[in-house]
Every structure is written in structure tokens, then in C-alpha cells.
Design a protein around this ligand. Structure first.
Ligand code: ADP
Length: 369
């Protein structure tokens, strides 16, 4: 089945047409900087496309994508649209066909993911308009982690904040963890139900999950995608007292703190150079101190977060690296592992494919058995 996979961010639409049988994307690309002089990039086989376009909103970005599909003969036989939706809250533990009830719940969860769910909703509305005849499926980043027990998802805060305001750990990167769990099991010639894994997804966003007999038992991201590891531009776990301190002593308000923790911290903030690990590795090689320290902090903290998941598992069959950094950077993996020598374990590298996971989920949801 050919599925159009959409991942809509605040100013971008990533798209791919994935064939669930072959697992290949016949065409993929992104519209970036929606709203201000948008750009369109796509790949179809060996061919690349790149152009400036007029896309003041998600709907117009999708108009362009749809016309592009017609031009390159990719509009044929698309059976459904699969949407990456960031926050499913406690309502969704698996992917679902989008109806008005589902839309309402995604909207309610916008409060928990104000940067992510609103653009996801805009993407769904645009896709409904452009592809009215196609079923639309929501695949949630949080769904896989709904199996986490309450002793792992509750914060040490007054219980009413959970009961009345849903303040708890949710976790993200669920499609990646699910895909990698399946692939790791295939690699080890076992069923996921026989395995205990820690999967470290290291990309622009970073998190790890303890996967116990095929289900998430704990993970490092929390209520929002800020907790846990040091990431490209996000700070990871910090002493909450820092928030109070910055507010009281420097007068940082909500907007400033939000921007600081999400956009100006992590590898970018520590190095003062870039959030991109490849660029930092190059700079570190040339003796640039900021890059070196950012890499050291990143690796130590990644190791510490991986180790923090050990209590969630009865044993550990493998530590699995995935994501852009996890899959491609041997020096980073080595540095992380150097901090974990106390634990003896098998280490694997398994490339993730979130688009394929979204496409196969979409197929499963729409094909009534
Ligand atoms: P996203 O989380 O946006 O999907 P990716 O999983 O593609 O991102 O990861 C992007 C990160 O992977 C960037 O920091 C990039 O520098 C890093 N990366 C990709 N290839 C390499 C490589 N060969 N060596 C080191 N880092 C790499």
C-alpha cells in the first residue's frame, strides 16, 4: 500500500510517499519556512528538486506538494494519509483513524504540547481539504509509552497536579522505539516479547527508552520533549531551581525561558557554534574548546540517562543506538560507552525509520481484518 506520511511542524511540512510492502519512500521532501518565503526540497530516486515557493500556510504548502506529485507521477494509488502527531496524552495508546472525536482530543492535548499539536492539527486540516477521499490516521509519539507504570511516570509533585492537570511523564519518539524494537528482534532472531532493551535515539532530539518484553517500561523524555538528555538545542534535565533563579535574579519571563530551554540550549548553547553534531565534531578536531566541551557534556549525560533506565528492566539483552548521531557517529558512541563500562552489555546499531512505522500503522488501522 502507498501511504502519504506527513509530519507538520510549526513552519515545516515533511512528506514521504511510502510503500509499505517494499518499505521504500518513492518520493520524500520538506517545505520549510512556511509563512516567510518558503522553500521546497524533494527527492525522487536519484533526482533532487529544490525551489522557492509561495506558501504562507500549511494548506498552501500541501497544495504545492500535491501538484508536485502530479507532475512527477507520484499521485497515483495513494491509499491513505498517516500523520505524525506529537502528543496523544493518556487517551491514545495506539494509532487511530482520525474522526471528530480524535481531533477534539488532539486539540485538548495542545495545552501539553503547544509547539507541536497545533501545527499537527493544521496539517490534518490541510490534508483533509487536499485529499478529501483518503482516510487519515494519527500516529502518536507518546502512544508507545502508555505502558509505563505509574511509579515511573509520576513526578515527585503533589498528586493533584497529575489527577487534575495531567502533569506526568509521557515520553516521545515512540514510532522510532517501536520500529527499532521490531528490527532488533529480527536481528537477534527472537520475538520482542523475549527481549529487554535500552534504545538510545540520538538525533536533533534525543531520548532513550527501556523496552521490556516489547513494551515501554520507562523513557527519558517527560511531560514535554525537554527532559533527560542534552539535545541539539534543548537543555535536557536541569535543576528546576534554575527556573526560579533565572526568573528572580535575571528577570527572565516565560517567553525568554521557553526560548532559552527549547532553542538556545543543548549542543548549540554549550558550544556557541552549532546544534549539529557533525559540525561540532569537525570543530573539536580543530581544537575548538566550545565544541569539545559540548561533546563531552552530551556524551556523559547520554550515558547517565541510559543508566537511569536500568531499574526499569530485569536484565538487559542489548543497548541499541539509533537516530542520526546514534547510527552514524562511532566517536560519539564510543565516548558514551566509555562512561558505561561498569555495565557489560551487547551493543547494536539499528537504523530507525519513523516514516515506515507511520505508514505501516496507517495500513493496519485502515485495513479492517
Ligand atoms: P531528527 O531528530 O531531526 O530526525 P536526525 O536523526 O537526522 O535528526 O539527526 C540529526 C543529527 O545527526 C545532527 O546532529 C547531525 O549532525 C547528526 N549526524 C548525522 N550524520 C552524522 C555523522 N556521520 N556523524 C555525526 N553526527 C551525525
Amino acid at each position: 500500500m502507498r501511504v502519504l506520511v506527513l509530519n507538520c511542524g510549526s513552519s515545516s511540512v515533511k512528506f514521504a510517499v511510502v510503500d509499505t510492502r517494499s518499505g521504500e519512500a518513492s518520493v520524500s521532501g520538506v517545505v520549510e519556512e512556511i509563512g516567510l518565503g518558503a522553500s521546497f526540497k524533494a527527492k525522487k530516486g536519484e533526482e533532487s528538486f529544490k525551489t522557492k515557493i509561495n506558501a504562507p500556510n500549511h494548506s498552501q504548502a500541501l497544495d504545492y506538494i500535491q501538484n508536485f506529485f502530479k507532475e512527477v507521477g507520484e499521485d497515483r494509488d495513494i491509499a491513505a494519509v498517516g500523520h505524525r502527531v506529537v502528543h496523544g496524552g493518556e487517551k491514545f495508546s495506539k494509532s487511530v483513524l482520525i474522526d471528530s472525536e480524535v481531533l477534539k482530543t488532539i486539540e485538548e492535548n495542545s495545552l501539553l504540547a503547544p509547539l507541536h499539536n497545533p501545527p499537527n492539527l493544521q496539517g490534518i486540516a490541510a490534508a483533509k481539504k487536499n485529499f478529501p477521499e483518503l482516510p487519515q490516521v494519527a500516529v502518536f509519539d507518546t502512544a508507545f509509552h502508555q505502558s509505563i507504570p505509574n511509579h515511573a511516570y509520576l513526578y515527585g509533585l503533589p498528586y493533584y497536579l497529575y489527577k487534575e492537570h495531567k502533569v506526568r511523564r509521557y515520553g516521545f519518539h515512540g514510532s522510532s522505539f517501536r520500529f527499532v524494537t521490531k528490527k532488533t528482534a529480527e536481528l537477534l532472531k527472537k520475538s520482542p516479547k523475549e527481549l529487554c532493551l535500552i534504545i538510545a535515539h540520538l538525533g536533533n532530539g534525543c531520548s532513550a527508552a527501556a523496552v521490556k518484553f516489547g513494551e515501554s517500561a520507562d523513557t527519558t523524555l517527560g511531560l514535554t520533549p525537554l527532559e533527560g538528555m542534552v539535545m541539539g538545542t534543548r537543555c535536557g534535565s536541569i535543576d528546576p531551581g534554575i527556573v526560579l533563579h533565572l526568573n528572580r535574579s535575571l528577570g527572565y519571563d516565560f517567553e525568554k525561558l521557553n526560548n532559552l530551554f527549547n532553542k538556545k540550549s543543548g549542543l548549540l548553547g554549550l558550544s556557541g557554534i552549532s546544534s549539529d553534531m557533525r559540525i561540532l565534531l569537525e570543530n573539536a578536531e580543530n581544537g575548538e574548546e566550545g565544541a569539545k566541551i559540548a561533546i563531552e557534556v552530551f556524551c556523559y549525560r547520554a550515558a547517565k540517562e541510559i543508566a537511569s533506565l536500568m531499574p526499569a528492566l530485569p536484565n538487559l539483552d542489548a543497548l541499541v543506538f539509533t537516530g542520526g548521531i546514534g547510527e552514524n557517529s562511532e566517536p560519539i558512541r564510543k565516548k558514551i560507552l566509555s562512561h558505561l563500562e561498569i555495565f557489560k552489555m551487547q551493543v547494536l546499531i539499528v537504523p530507525t525509520n519513523e516514516e515506515l512505522m507511520i505508514a505501516t500503522d496507517t495500513e493496519e488501522v485502515i485495513v479492517v481484518p
